[in-house]
Ligand binder design. Structure first.
Ligand SMILES: [Zn+2]
Ligand SMILES: [Zn+2]
Length: 120
């Protein structure tokens, strides 16, 4: 079998790119990069800034508004105080808080309502 020089150390190898030890070291380095767990935990803030910038680049200073079943919500409108929420996406501060409040109500609704007496 023709041997080629390893692209890393230059030693002869039947592998197309790296010799066996270099390949293993390379793979180990890659899997280390893949397990960047801290970035997932601590990166949200940075990530949300990115999302915000992307949003403004594409849509300008515009709040998309929000709707939910059984709620009037808000239509799209211009807004400079855009925030990015984990669940809610890009919204202006006021829409974000009203939608978040609605969200919470929706969540509470799934628990059965306490029967504190509506007399019939
Ligand atoms: Zn090598
Ligand atoms: Zn809004």
């Amino acid at each position: 079998m023709p041997q080629r020089p390893c692209i890393k150390c230059g030693g002869p190898t039947p592998n197309p790119t790296r010799c066996e030890p270099c390949r293993r070291a390379y793979e180990r380095g890659r899997s280390k990069q893949r397990g960047r767990r801290e970035e997932y935990a601590g990166g949200w803030r940075h990530h949300s800034q990115q999302l915000r910038i992307e949003w403004i680049t594409i849509h300008g200073y515009q709040c998309p508004g929000w709707t939910m079943p059984n709620y009037p919500g808000h239509g799209p409108h211009p807004a400079t105080d855009l925030v990015v929420d984990h669940d809610l996406g890009v919204l202006c501060r006021s829409c974000n808080s009203s939608k978040a409040a609605t969200h919470d109500k929706e969540r509470k609704r799934t628990t059965p309502p306490a029967s504190n007496g509506t007399p019939n």
